[in-house]
Ligand binder design. Structure first.
Ligand code: ARG
Length: 591
């Protein structure tokens, strides 16, 4: 159920009838933040009054009266200059919730027109360690994949690996000079990073060395078998390390179309840009100068291809360097064309940090100048900061690797679990300890990230994220397990339980109102690529559930009240599990 849409419809109909309008008016319905004002507010009378030349309160009166006749509405009161405050009828709400409980989707409806959406996420660079920046892209991207799927889109998750570029010339000559085969077997990424550092330092002071790196790169790019084999070995070694991290995070991709996949298409991209007058030569390089272009004179270009900001910016989008080399930009143009033409995508979403904002503005404009009619979204995010408020680093000042961060999260989770067990607050068996430490530790890291509005920077704080109270992953997991233990204790089947829900006590009604918003919040999170709406929902549900459970006996209640409370409990549990899953977080049945 999309409660907002249902109530909008009711309100529109009530307004139309009460005021005898020909067209369907816009009710401008909003959930209220202050419970004293009811659950929802209709604001539409204000705008309508202006148009009809009447006082808003004169219109609000009949609207409220018409709303009172709806089964869904308990009270409708005129307030302020002409608002209508609504409270929902608990019996109606209960009926909606019982129905949602019986559906596998928990009442989350699919969108009217499903699309094919490519989500480009994680996308680390080969021969380098994944660091915390990639953590955000990976965690966020995976949640966005799940959210879009939950509302019915066809989603292709694509890991656009940085597996093609100048670093490979340096790595090839570097490995010849300093490579240690045994080290490469043992810890491939560490060895590749070590050699890369040596090679790039040497290239800066030794022109001959730098030239040989460029030569090897050119050979690789023109298909030289020996260099090709070496490159493949680098990719394979890195893939093994990446796969291990993705497995720990429970993240999967549908495609692994890295930069190298588009190599053959790059010359054609530049030729097309030149032929259509989108790019031009400048001192031997080829670039797009947005300030000079007028989309209306470019054949096939989308009219609003160049946003104002870009038209004014001086920075060109270089697509071929003077030495003939192609760039990140060229690959991304080829990638966008492939997504549109071959994958038939309606939309391409890039989950990449804020520092690449200009790159994506330029990319999107270029692709639109090429006439590609596909929605393009840069889903940007802020940085992960250490407890000192600066970019997260190790004590030695190095970037924190993803693997070490996850190790620490699991180790810390294990400590916290031990403490809670000793305090008698958790009942996790010795045999389940490994799994619990992983589920709780990794879940805490994910939740701490996803509960934030993604555009803000946030501080990484293990103590806060591993809390069993307050807005943290373990608290939500714990509440899910609490629901499961109620059903265990009652000898009832959690998965199958359905009963009419009749919210009576205030705590039951508050919980019911929160649960009824699930569908709206899933859609909101999917539309805006903002998983934090799910996090907010789950925290609200867990808090309301705790209040309900403290004040309303469940197993000790009788008859229809007991069944109703059990059904509310089951729905809270199922939403917690489904919502955590949308964030890519696992749950434990017993804690
Ligand atoms: N490899 C890039 C990086 O680590 C991210 C790639 C993002 N995707 C894209 N299509 N540009 O910064």
């Amino acid at each position: 159920m999309r409660l907002n849409a249902v109530l909008e419809d009711l309100a529109a109909e009530a307004m139309q009838q009460a005021l005898g309008l020909e067209e369907r008016p816009a009710p401008l319905l909003r959930p209220t933040t202050d419970p004293a004002r009811g659950d929802y507010q209709i604001n539409g009378a204000m705008a309508l009054a202006k148009r009809l030349g009447k006082k808003p309160r004169e219109l609000a009166g009949p609207i409220a009266e018409a709303m009172r006749r709806c089964e869904a509405i308990a009270t409708a009161e005129v307030a302020g200059p002409g608002f209508v405050n609504l409270t929902l009828a608990p019996t109606w709400l209960g009926a909606q919730l019982s129905q949602a409980l019986a559906e596998p989707s928990l009442g989350v409806e699919p969108v009217a027109s499903p699309q094919t959406i490519v989500v480009d996420f994680s996308s680390p660079n080969i021969a380098k360690q994944m660091h915390v920046g990639h953590l955000r892209s990976t965690i966020l991207g995976w949640s966005i994949v799940k959210l879009l799927r939950a509302v019915g889109h066809r989603v292709i998750g694509d890991n656009h690996l940085g597996d093609w570029g100048t670093q490979f010339g340096l790595l090839i000559v570097g490995m010849r000079t300093w490579g240690d085969e045994a080290a490469l077997q043992r810890d491939p990424i560490a060895e590749l990073e070590r050699v890369y550092k040596l090679a790039s330092a040497k290239a800066k002071e030794d022109e001959e060395f730098a030239q040989s790196a460029r030569d090897e790169l050119a050979k690789l790019q023109s298909g030289d078998p020996a260099n090709r084999a070496q490159w493949e070995a680098f990719v394979r070694a890195t893939r093994a390390t990446l796969d291990a991290v993705y497995e720990r995070l429970g993240v999967e991709f549908d495609e692994w179309l890295g930069e190298s996949a588009y190599h053959d298409a790059l010359p054609g991209v530049v030729e097309t840009l030149l032929a259509r007058g989108i790019a031009r030569e400048d001192q031997g390089a080829v670039a797009v100068f947005f300030g000079e272009l007028d989309p209306s004179t470019i054949e096939g270009a989308l009219p609003d291809a160049i946003p104002k900001k870009l038209a004014k910016s001086e920075t060109p989008f270089i697509v071929r360097k003077r030495d003939g080399a192609f760039l990140y930009s060229t690959t991304d143009i080829a990638t966008a064309l492939y997504r549109k033409n071959t994958l038939k995508a309606d939309c391409s979403v890039y989950v990449v940090g804020a520092p690449q904002a200009l790159h994506f503005q330029q990319l999107f404009a270029t692709v639109r100048l090429l006439g590609v009619d596909m929605a393009l979204e840069h889903v940007s995010f802020g940085q992960v900061l250490g407890e000192d408020g600066k970019v997260l680093r190790t004590r030695a000042g190095k970037a924190v690797t993803l693997a070490s961060l996850l190790d620490e999260a699991e180790a810390k989770a294990r400590q916290v679990i031990e403490q809670q067990r000793q305090a008698g607050k958790l009942r996790i068996a010795d045999d389940d300890l490994d799994r619990a430490a992983r589920v709780i530790g990794i879940g805490a890291v994910k939740y701490a990230d996803l509960m934030q509005n993604r555009t803000t920077d946030y501080r990484f704080d293990f103590d806060k994220m591993l809390a069993f109270t307050g807005n943290a992953g373990p608290y939500l997991q714990f509440n899910y397990a609490r629901v499961r233990s109620i059903f265990d204790k009652g000898g009832l089947d959690f998965e199958q339980f359905v009963a009419p829900i009749l919210p009576e006590a205030p705590e039951e009604q508050s919980l019911a109102r929160e649960l009824a918003r699930f569908g709206d919040r899933v859609h909101l999170a999917a539309e805006r690529y903002e998983p934090h709406h799910i996090a907010q929902h789950l925290y609200a549900v867990a808090s309301e559930f705790s209040r309900f459970f403290t004040n309303c006996p469940v197993l000790k209640a009788e008859g229809a009240t007991r069944d109703s409370r059990l059904a509310l409990t089951a729905l809270a549990g199922k939403q917690l599990r489904a919502g955590l899953d949308l964030l890519g977080i696992e749950t434990l049945e017993r804690m």
